[in-house]
Ligand binder design. Structure first.
Ligand code: PGA
Length: 247
C-alpha cells in the first residue's frame, strides 16, 4: 500500500512569520495522508523543531557532501537541520540553474546517502506536449535523473507539466492518468514490480482546493506537489482533507 502524500513547495516564499501556517496544518496532518512542507532553507530547522507532525523538506541540495561551494547546502546539512525529504529536479531549478538530468541524478545519490527521501520532479513544456513528445520527454527524464537503487522508501516522483505550474492551467484527468500510468510502468520495468508499485507518484501544477478531489481520483495519483496553494493553511488544509478522503 502506498501512503498518500500532500507535499507543499514554498519556493522562495516565507519568513519566520509563516511558520504559523505550518502549525495550522498540524490537525489535518493527523489523517491518513502524510503531509510535507518544503519551506525556504532558512526555516527548516525551526519548522522541524516545532514537531507539528508535518514533515519538513528542502527544495534542493548539492551533489557533494561538503566543500568550496558558496551558497550551496549539502544533503547532510538539510538532514541535520531536521529535513526528512528534499525536492530535486524541479523545473525552476532545471531552468534557473541549468540543472540537467545528470545533476539531478548525482544530487539524488547524495540525498539518499544522507538518508533523505527524494521528491524527484519531471515534466514537459507546452511545446513538447503540443508536438506529442510528452511520454518521450518524461521517459528520458526518469531514465536520466533516477539513479539505481530506488525504493518506495527513498523515492517519490512528481509529474509537473511545466505549462501547468503557477498558471492555473491543469491537464485533463485523462492526460494526468496517461502520464502517471506511464511513469508507473517505467518504474516497474526498471526496478521490478515490487519497487515500481511502491513508489508514490504525485501530480503537481496548479493544484487547488477546487480541483484536488478530481485529481486525486485519477489512477496512479498518490498525492500532490503544491506550490501557491500550500503557502496558507486555509488553502492547503482542504487539499490535505481531499487526499485523506480519497485514501
Ligand atoms: P503551483 O506550483 O502549485 O503553484 O502551480 C507547483 C510546483 O511548482 O511544485
Amino acid at each position: 500500500m502506498r501512503r498518500k502524500l500532500a507535499a507543499g513547495n514554498w519556493k522562495m516564499n516565507g519568513t519566520r512569520a509563516a511558520l504559523s501556517e505550518i502549525a495550522a496544518m498540524a490537525e489535518a496532518a493527523k489523517g491518513a495522508a502524510e503531509v510535507l512542507i518544503c519551506p525556504p532553507a532558512t526555516l527548516i530547522a525551526e519548522a522541524a523543531g516545532a514537531n507539528t507532525g508535518v514533515a519538513i523538506g528542502g527544495q534542493d541540495c548539492h551533489a557533494e557532501a561538503k566543500g568550496a561551494h558558496t551558497g550551496d547546502l549539502s544533503a547532510d546539512m538539510l538532514k541535520d537541520a531536521g529535513a526528512s525529504h528534499v525536492i530535486l529536479g524541479h523545473s525552476e531549478r532545471r531552468e534557473d540553474h541549468d540543472e540537467h538530468d545528470d545533476h539531478v541524478r548525482a544530487k539524488t545519490r547524495a540525498a539518499w546517502e544522507a538518508g533523505l527521501v527524494v521528491v524527484l520532479c519531471c515534466g514537459e513544456t507546452l511545446a513538447e506536449r503540443e508536438a506529442q513528445n510528452t511520454l518521450d520527454i518524461i521517459g528520458g527524464q526518469l531514465a536520466g535523473s533516477i539513479p539505481d537503487g530506488a525504493t518506495g522508501h527513498n523515492l517519490v516522483v512528481a509529474y509537473e507539466p511545466i505549462w501547468a505550474i503557477g498558471t492555473g492551467k491543469v491537464p485533463t484527468t485523462d492526460q494526468i492518468g496517461e502520464v502517471h500510468d506511464f511513469i508507473r510502468a517505467r518504474l516497474e520495468k526498471r526496478f521490478g514490480e515490487g519497487v515500481g508499485r511502491s513508489v508514490r507518484l504525485l501530480y503537481g501544477g496548479s493544484v487547488k482546493p477546487a480541483n484536488a478531489t478530481e485529481i486525486f481520483a485519477v489512477s496512479n495519483v498518490d498525492g500532490a506537489l503544491v506550490g501557491g496553494a500550500s503557502l496558507k493553511a486555509a488553502d492547503f488544509v482542504p487539499i490535505i482533507e481531499a487526499l485523506n478522503a480519497s485514501a
